[in-house]
Design a protein around this ligand. Structure first.
Ligand SMILES: C[S@@+](CC[C@H](N)C(=O)[O-])C[C@H]1O[C@@H](n2cnc3c(N)ncnc32)[C@H](O)[C@@H]1O
Length: 215
């Protein structure tokens, strides 16, 4: 269960005033990514981007790429929009929708160069494992949205989730573990550190990175 939490007045105002600039409308049809960004640059998607620690940093560092974030938690989306506007980012958009639905309905197949799923909610209790986002059906949906040779990057600081990801990946064809024969990839130097990674570090967790390529 995702709790909405309280929205600050600034976040509420951002959702009203900045959605025309940074928001993507919830719709029943696929997004025209070229029209959305006004160019044909590579498109990178972050799923569960929270308040944008990672996607904002990547968008700022790589103005030649387009970045789309999907996040279900509205206060986080409000914060992300405020930060994007303060930086004047032009290559970032955010869709405030459940990622499973958003992918199935709005993200065209074979449209993305990179997908990032960093520090997804771990749901550590056994009875909650079925709530984990990275299940085989969803991973297959991610794969189908990548272009040929597109890449899927994942990181988690929960070993139980890392094991679960390895098992789920083994059930999905068409994605090649680029770290093979090792299970885990080295930490990508460009992956910005977020508060969740820092919290994992404080708890003594080891961060596991995965990189898969679409065959
Ligand atoms: C643990 S936080 C990590 C946030 C961010 N990736 C980071 O590393 O800072 C997980 C995020 O995923 C979002 N999330 C969880 N399930 C989601 C779903 N089905 N669709 C979209 N976002 C989701 C949560 O609201 C939360 O912001």
């Amino acid at each position: 269960m995702i709790r909405e939490g309280r929205m600050t007045p600034a976040q509420s105002r951002a959702l009203v005033e900045l959605s025309p600039r940074y928001g993507v409308q919830i719709a029943d049809t696929g997004i025209d990514l070229h029209a959305l960004f006004g160019n044909h640059a590579p498109c990178h998607l972050e799923i569960g981007c929270g308040n944008g620690d990672c996607v904002i940093s990547l968008a700022q560092a790589n103005p030649g790429n387009n970045y789309l974030g999907i996040e279900v938690h509205r206060p986080g989306v409000g914060s992300l929009m405020l930060r994007a506007a303060a930086l004047g980012l032009r290559n970032l958009r955010i869709l405030n929708r459940d990622a499973v639905e958003a992918l199935a309905i709005q993200i065209p197949v074979s449209s993305l160069d990179h997908i990032y799923v960093f520090f997804p909610d771990p749901w550590p209790k056994k009875r909650h494992h079925k709530r984990r986002l990275l299940q085989p059906n969803f991973i297959a949906s991610l794969r189908d949205r990548l272009r040929a040779n597109g890449r899927l990057f994942i990181a988690t600081d929960w070993q139980g989730y890392a094991d679960h990801i390895g098992e789920a990946m083994a059930q999905v064809g068409g994605l090649v573990n680029l770290a093979s024969p090792a299970a885990y990839a080295p930490r990508p130097a460009w992956r910005p550190q977020t508060r969740y990674e820092r919290r994992g570090g404080r708890l003594g967790h080891i961060v596991r990175d995965f990189v898969y390529g679409r065959a």
